[in-house]
Design a protein around this ligand. Sequence first.
Ligand code: SF4
Length: 699
Amino acid sequence: MQASFKTTCCYCGVGCGIVVHKDRQGKLHVEGDKTHPVNKGMLCSKGMNLHYTVMDTSDRLLYPEMRYHRNLPRQRVTWDQALERTAAVFASIIKKHGPDAVAFYASGQCLTEEYYVVNKLIKGFIGSNNIDTNSRLCMSSAVAAYKLALGEDAVPGTYDDIELADCIFVAGANPAWCHPILWRRVEAAKAANPALKIIVSDPRVTQSCATADLHLQVNPGTDIVLHHAIGRALITAGHTSSSFIKEHTNGFDKYKDTVMERTVEEAAAICGISAEDIYTTADYIGNATGFMTFWTMGLNQSVVGVNKNLSLINLHLITGHIGKPGSGPFSLTGQPNAMGGREVGGLSNLLPAHRVLSNPQHRKEVQEFWGGTELSDKPGLTATEMFRAMHDGSLKAIWIMCTNPLVSLPDVRFAEAGLLKTKFVVVQEISNKPETLRFADVILPAAAWTEKEGTMTNAERRISYLSKLTDAPGEALPDAEIICRFAQKMGYHGFDYTNMSEIYEEHCRLTAGTNIDISGLNYQTLQEQRSVQWPYHSGKSTPRLFEDRQFFTADGKAVIHSFEDANKSEQLSKDLPLILTTGRIRDQWHTMSKTGKVSKLKQHISSAYLEIHPEDARQRGIQADDIVTIHNGRGQVRVKAQLSDTIKKGVVFLPMHWGKILNNDLHRANNLTNTLLDPISKQPDFKYSAVQVQRYRKP
Ligand code: SF4
């Protein structure tokens, strides 16, 4: 071996530590970092094969390219030519139509330093808040709920609480496939402590159910009804903590009135489960000394996603299971650095260090720190709003970095049509595969994992450093460097960093005095300590928040919110009688631009499929492996049917990973999903779209 480097997995928000070994021929191989507190040497199938994605450069973009008309072929240009043209077009659009006529659409895969500079560029110098990321599609409902309930976007607990819990409730998530190393820790905790009770709530029987004591196979869209019923059962059984409620919360009386409106039996009928299972769940929670909840997209990706989150957090607030060992509401993230992006304020409604956009003092602090233009108080466009603004012509230019919206956005054909109408499109990418390149006027080749250094923050507020250990192919550059070069072409000052650590330390300084203070942190500390959890005061990590029972609200009390439990998703009809839900499979990640390159990862599931209940299939004359068409007014998908009684009757499932294959978009699940949004978080309702399914007959 020639050298070994420590880094962090660039897939999910679990944030596993990885050691990359580079041999004398430059070949890489990876193993789990035994010293990393998250994974303790373990890696899942995706992490274990990460080195293949870097070593195979056959699909990489190597040089900047441009074209003056989208029907013309792309031409190789220099970095200066590409960035000077982009700067000229952006400047002209901003002059003519104002700063809100341009936008940046980035990614939860960006490193914190990359997020920081692009956020600084558009908010602090261009003067618009039009920056959003694909994290909007992933965890924005959890962010809003934490802020409403706890006064801050802050996951209270730490993974080490897993081994201390004696009841774990998993809602709308399949961590056995989507957060595998976290789930291995849960499995190991269960093996060590058979008294640990695990409950999974999901309309599908997933791999995670295999470890569970109880599976609540709820009807889609009934999560709030379920959580309220559990709340009622906890109250009536005397399982609440009256001292915690009295001293540390507001809103309990109204909550009690709300949950008492429906009996557990009535709620069970709506959810499609037995009342006994709800009472058992309440008993498991009520008898626990440590109660944790984990959730992801089943709650977040909903038109009532914020309320779904709040209704689950309420179970912690009425029982006092927060801010103590083995307890806490824990939202998991699908992307490796969604948390880091929020630290720097990298969403259209945020400011750096969790400052509040509508607060004039906060805007002033940031403006003075950056020394740029006055910060706009107008929230920027969110992910789906950007693509809508392309249709009405108000958004003239978009810069897409490190994400693949023409697979991942809901109603993706609408998004595609929007991009076609947009005057100027910049795509900053590592791969020559994404569909967005077809619409790009300027293409900027970016460096990939192991080709750049920086930091990421995982789902438990843990910041880890990533080493640079290989050179990027061709002329590809780190994303942060591309943004800084562009900013300088625009004539903005404050982007002449000489290395990534300068960017990181600037970000850290800007957090001073805030709830997420990491102002003393730098690369050297991160390299020495391997990782730390924010806030980081006086050289000390903070594994667990709220141990002093002081929440980040004005009076220090958490808020128990009350609201109706109705689902507001798309209505089913005679013509569209089935609920489509979408999600991940075990060995692929997002839009497959990395995992799709690894043949080993196709051995598990090699192509898109529709999971359908045998009774729904029988009614439609569908047999196993038949080709079926799934359709609604937005589009269609054509895949093989997989009959399974592990899914609820009336519900069908499509994996979300596949995009266009050889110009055929019939595997793209988001042809069918709707653009309804949660009114607070603006997160789309990916888990509930009305569809019909038919056996496909060749014309
Ligand atoms: Fe990477 Fe997530 Fe797997 Fe860990 S669990 S190795 S972070 S994909």
